[in-house]
Write a protein that binds this ligand. Structure first.
Ligand code: GRG
Length: 282
């Protein structure tokens, strides 16, 4: 494999991927306000972690760099679903956030109705992109199955429901782990497993373990990063439940377990997935 660092991989692939996202939505969406609201959040500075992980797994499974654009529809679908989830999460009846990534949240910029519809539009368009992808039928069906399973009422939507309905209850460690698994880890899991499926890589238990660990670690890092700002003080988070230090220890354990899991992979180039773990050390 010519690229060994995740950051170098993103540097190579992201400009074309970002162009793809914008070109597709610009050409497909005719309703101007809807298009602006969808593009606003899609271009508001997200890191594109999930689609890059998907593409990195495909690349590590042997897909050539020049062939990666064939996988952009599926990678794009994952980012559309992620973007919809953030728009809806910020709504007044959910997390009620005025800002996201340092910019006005979608409903603050466009109003609640347009923000709900921008989210609806992104979610629906994701599955249109998968259906229209040039990958073979088996791969497209696997992508629909995995993404809907992990992002819908068996995954992220279930986690969000627990989150908003259990707000006033202190969750146990195992309840909180389930909540984070569904709300955050399942979409990361989808990105990684879809990458393997789309590249004909046999899904191994090591890759699944890696995905589970990375998904939970992602949430813990987010909560630790937010620790000092006071906004999360009464939320169900690991730092609030077990303390900051114990959360840091848990995060380090997850990263170590993910590292060991990926090292056991044999039919797979390990460099990019090992290098992605640096994200948790920043
Ligand atoms: C509305 C169905 C529905 C679900 C919302 C994603 C989500 C569920 C809630 C967001 C709560 C949150 C901040 C969770 C922490 C982990 C997380 C998903 C962080 C945001 O992901 P990043 O860091 O975001 O990849 P960027 O901005 O880079 O795209």
């Amino acid at each position: 494999m010519e690229i060994k660092k995740f950051s170098d991989f993103c540097e190579q692939v992201l400009p074309d991927f970002n162009q793809f996202l914008n070109d597709r939505l610009n050409s497909e969406i005719k309703q101007e306000t809807l298009k602006q609201a969808m593009l606003y959040s899609l271009n508001a500075g997200g890191k594109r972690v999930r689609p890059m992980l998907f593409l990195a797994v495909a690349y590590s499974s042997g897909v050539k760099l020049k062939d990666l654009p064939k996988y952009f529809d599926i990678a794009g679908a994952i980012e559309l679903v992620h973007t919809y989830s953030l728009i809806h999460d910020d709504l007044p009846e959910m997390d009620d956030s005025d800002y996201r990534r340092g910019k006005l949240s979608n409903h603050k910029k466009f109003g609640v109705g347009p923000a709900v519809l921008a989210g609806d539009g992104l979610l629906t368009q994701a599955f249109y992109w998968i259906a229209k992808s040039s990958l073979n039928t088996d791969k497209r069906m696997a992508a629909v199955r995995i993404l809907s399973h992990n992002a819908g009422p068996m995954g992220m939507v279930a986690g969000q429901m627990t989150d908003i309905t259990m707000e006033d209850k202190v969750l146990s460690e195992s309840e909180l782990t389930t909540l984070h698994k569904e709300k955050t880890a399942d979409l990361m899991m989808a990105a990684i497993t879809m990458g393997a499926f789309c590249a004909d890589h046999e899904l191994s238990k090591n890759l699944v373990l890696y995905a589970q660990d990375v998904g939970l670690a992602f949430q813990l890092k987010d909560d630790l990063d937010d620790c000092g700002d006071g906004e999360d003080a009464d939320k169900n988070t690991f730092p609030n439940l077990i303390g900051k230090e114990a959360t840091e220890t848990k995060l380090n354990e997850l990263v170590k377990e993910a590292f060991n899991a990926v090292l056991k992979e044999d039919k797979f180039d390990k460099n990019l997935l090992v290098s992605f773990l640096d994200y948790f050390k920043e």
